[in-house]
Design a binder for this molecule. Structure first.
Ligand code: ATP
Ligand code: MG
Length: 203
């Protein structure tokens, strides 16, 4: 082999941010699909910090969301969970997440995976330039959300179609609140954790 043929490929790390209240199979399938299509070495799930107490929308305690994410990803050697956004405290801004991950993973290429619905909110014109310098952005399509409606800046975003999973955390919470099953929408261990901690009962 010619000299210089030794691979200098950089490690490729997917970053899946979310509230994960609770984590569900839509998140897991999206991460798995993007990992395959983009040849990622690992995907790190990053549960968001607790929003400030203005909450018109109530969010479960960070420790519960973190533990459900750990339970859901524990069996996959390619998946891990980071506490950085939870430990930073307060609401999460994607540029903080990516800056911290870059510091923790020098020489690693970051791929931020997000639903098409969330992309437009994250990539405001003001922030897009810095965000694009920190990571590649991958928008996953989910049922009911058209990418063309997201108001995305042109370029810098790759789009991936994930097998249509009409699963959302909102629907999972509503199901638990009315006593409907969430089996097979979330991993079995997450069903049991929701039950053990009595989450989403009084919604
Ligand atoms: P909620 O209903 O409370 O908004 P959610 O189901 O959207 O919750 P989040 O924790 O907000 O879950 O989502 C984390 C990330 O995963 C976001 O980028 C979101 O767009 C994406 N996502 C959520 N559901 C799916 C799904 N079924 N398929 C692919 N991606 C999804
Ligand atoms: Mg959402």
């Amino acid at each position: 082999p010619a000299s210089g043929s030794i691979s200098t490929r950089r490690r490729r790390l997917g970053v899946m941010g979310g509230t994960f209240d609770p984590i569900h199979h839509g998140h897991l399938v999206a991460a798995s699909e993007v990992a395959m299509q983009f040849d990622l070495d690992e995907v790190v799930f990053v549960p968001t910090g607790q929003p400030w107490q203005k909450s018109e929308k109530r969010v479960s305690p960070a420790e519960d969301r973190y533990l459900m994410t750990v339970i859901a990803t524990a069996e996959n050697p390619q998946f891990s969970v980071s506490r950085i956004d939870i430990d930073r405290g307060g609401p999460t801004y994607t540029n903080d997440t990516l800056r911290d991950l870059r510091t923790l993973n020098p020489g690693t290429e970051l791929f931020f995976i997000t639903g098409a619905d969330a992309l437009g909110q994250i990539l405001t014109w003001r922030d897009a330039e810095e965000l694009f310098s920190l990571a590649h952005f991958i928008g996953v399509t989910r049922p009911g959300h058209q990418l063309t409606d997201a108001g995305l800046p042109e370029g810098g975003v790759s789009l991936v179609e994930v097998p249509a999973l009409a699963i959302s955390s909102t629907d999972c919470r509503a199901r638990v609140a009315r006593g409907a099953p969430v089996w097979y929408l979330v991993p079995d261990g997450v069903v049991r954790y929701i039950d053990k901690r009595q989450l989403y009962r009084g919604a």
